[in-house]
Design a protein around this ligand. Structure first.
Ligand SMILES: Cc1cc2nc3c(=O)[nH]c(=O)nc-3n(C[C@H](O)[C@H](O)[C@H](O)COP(=O)(O)OP(=O)(O)OC[C@H]3O[C@@H](n4cnc5c(N)ncnc54)[C@H](O)[C@@H]3O)c2cc1C
Length: 538
């Protein structure tokens, strides 16, 4: 990505291909999300990946509603919607030969969230990465495959990064580095941010991607067994299945191979009952629950699995990483455009509590799933797996930053309307001159949004540049630039007449304020702003 960014701040030295503003390490879902966000903001960046080719393993297999909203905002949701499947029912094959069908474990999130994407989608991680790479390509960026970071050395001005490629070593220079290099992050070690927590030696799973002869792809298939259940989930469009089986406590794990997995099926289900035909990824997965104390070491920031690792139960890992990157992208862009670097500390303050909750929740779910996995029948196992689905908690839509340092508290007394720090719910049925659509349509893009409800007087934010802030006068009648035609904004946000709702570029409410209180909000945000930049919200 060589594009110059549009900010006020001078970019890296022209003509020096080794200098950039942000160097992203790792092209998993986290690094790719960040690269896309930086690219759409015109920030000079590089994204390096040590593997020579894109990841082909399914790994994560659920994308949650909040991540779908993020991908929509980034312009990357199309392919995900094309390949993802909303609900895959479960088919239990009992040892007795009985077949019991049950509904999908994925649960639609509640209407209270007002999202265009209420359903989590079953999708292989490689397809999410494909969608993000495709979007990055459209924006003029590209992943540098076969480029491994082997050294990181930071000073007050920037970070020197040693890259190892087939052609030899190169030293790159960046103002900031984001380590999205996964659970075994070498960068995390190099900058001395320990990953604290525990490894659950008794919670291990065989995993892999296989093809299977003649199995109905309309179902997720589960074979309960006292020696550990076997599961096959259809993913992707090329006949792939993710195989999953617990290694029971005390059992010595075997080495995964096609033959080994076939043997598990033959022994537990019956010879030839399930016929595996090929395997493209094989793994033993050991459950960890670990978190760093701080996501930032001066000019190096950690994101995704590099900052937190936890059980896959509840399908949160990839999603938390995508949302970390989305929280960080605009903050880096703001700092590069002149905001105070203190803004980067709000990244840890906002995202670490989210990861801590995910750790606790997924550990509890995994413990239940592992305990149930050795049951010899659907009874109990189905219930335990259904508990793993838990829609509203898993969706990510309830994540909020109410007590975060950016949020200007107060301003709304209703118990059912969103308050400052909450995710902004969508509103349908808005009509304006040449516009007909949703609140999310107005919010889509790298700008902040100010909704002035039933408010015709000028507001301080009117003077903000359109690249930074879009001001919308939404209301029931004349004077409004956008008419709340179906009364949805009024019903969901329950605004007082004249109220101002300030929405961050990443879709969270920074403030709800009565008319005339803008300067208080601006003062609240002053610790992050550069001097003199009054109408820029951060
Ligand atoms: C078996 C399994 C099942 C899972 N199931 C789920 C699920 O159902 N739902 C869910 O949400 N999550 C799930 N997860 C977790 C999910 O896969 C991870 O949370 C997700 O991949 C994290 O994304 P990331 O981009 O942070 O890290 P990664 O995807 O690990 O990407 C890191 C990238 O950095 C690269 N890299 C590492 N070191 C360097 C270096 N020095 N230089 C350059 N590049 C480097 C790596 O090659 C890799 O491509 C599962 C994980 C596993 C292993």
């Amino acid at each position: 990505m060589t594009a110059r960014r549009r900010g006020e701040h001078a970019g890296p030295a022209l003509n020096d291909p080794n200098q950039t503003d942000v160097l992203v390490i790792g092209a998993g879902p986290t690094g790719l999300t960040l690269a896309v966000d930086l690219a759409r903001r015109g920030i000079a960046h590089r994204i390096v990946e040590r593997n020579p080719v894109p990841n082909h393993a399914t790994r994560a297999k659920t994308i949650q509603p909040r991540s779908l909203e993020v991908l929509d905002d980034l312009g990357a949701v199309g392919h995900v919607l094309d390949v993802g499947v909303a609900r895959i029912p479960m088919r239990f094959h009992e040892p007795s030969g009985a077949v019991v069908d049950k509904p999908s474990i994925s649960v639609r999130s509640g209407e209270v969230f007002h999202t265009p994407y209420p359903d989590p989608l079953w999708i292989g991680q490689f397809d999410v990465e494909h969608a993000l790479r495709q979007r990055l390509d459209e924006l003029g960026g590209r992943v540098e495959f076969g480029s491994e970071v082997v050294g990181v050395d930071q000073d007050d001005e920037g970070v020197s990064v040693t890259l190892r490629t087939a052609e030899g070593d190169e030293t790159a220079r960046a103002r900031f580095v984001v380590a999205a290099d996964g659970g075994r992050s070498g960068t995390r070690r190099l900058v001395g941010l320990p990953l604290v927590g525990e490894t659950f030696e008794e919670q291990r799973w065989y995993l892999g991607d296989v093809t299977v002869r003649g199995l109905d792809r309309e179902y997720m298939h589960i074979w309960p067994s006292e020696r550990g259940m076997l599961g096959l989930t259809p993913l992707g469009i090329e006949g792939l299945w993710q195989v999953q089986s617990p290694i029971l406590p005390g059992e010595e794990p075997g080495t995964p191979s096609l033959e080994f997995y076939q043997r598990l099926f033959d022994e537990r289900v019956g010879p030839g009952a399930v016929h595996l035909t090929s395997a493209s990824w094989l793994s033993v997965y050991l459950v960890n629950a670990r978190l760093v104390e701080d996501y930032r070491s001066r000019r190096v920031l950690l994101a995704g699995d590099a900052a937190h690792v936890h059980s896959a139960a509840g399908g949160q890992g990839m999603n938390t990483g995508i949302q970390d990157a989305y929280n960080l992208g605009w903050k880096l862009a703001s700092v590069l455009a002149g905001a105070r670097t203190d803004l980067l500390d709000t990244y840890t303050a906002e995202r670490r509590p989210v990861a801590r909750t995910v750790l606790e929740m997924s550990t509890e779910k995994m413990t239940r799933a592992v305990a149930a996995a050795g049951r010899g029948s659907e009874d109990g196992l189905g219930a335990a797996l259904a508990g793993v689905g838990d829609g509203n908690r898993n969706s990510g839509l309830g994540i909020h930053y109410r007590t975060g340092p950016i949020t200007y508290p107060g301003g709304q007394d209703s118990t059912s309307a969103p308050v400052a720090g909450d995710r902004a719910p969508n509103v349908t049925g808005l009509e304006g001159a040449g516009f007909s659509g949703d609140l999310f349509d107005l919010m889509r893009g790298p700008h902040w949004s100010l909704v002035a409800f039933d408010h015709t007087d000028p507001v301080v934010f009117d003077n903000a540049k359109p690249t930074h802030m879009h001001v919308h006068r939404i209301g029931p009648g004349p004077g409004s630039t956008i008419v709340d035609a179906e009364g949805e904004f009024q019903r969901i946000y329950q605004p007082h007449p004249g109220e101002l709702v300030l929405i961050r570029t990443d879709g969270y409410l920074a403030a709800r304020m009565p008319a005339g209180q803008e300067l208080d909000v601006i003062n609240h945000l002053a610790p992050f702003r550069s001097a003199g930049n009054v109408v820029r919200p951060y």
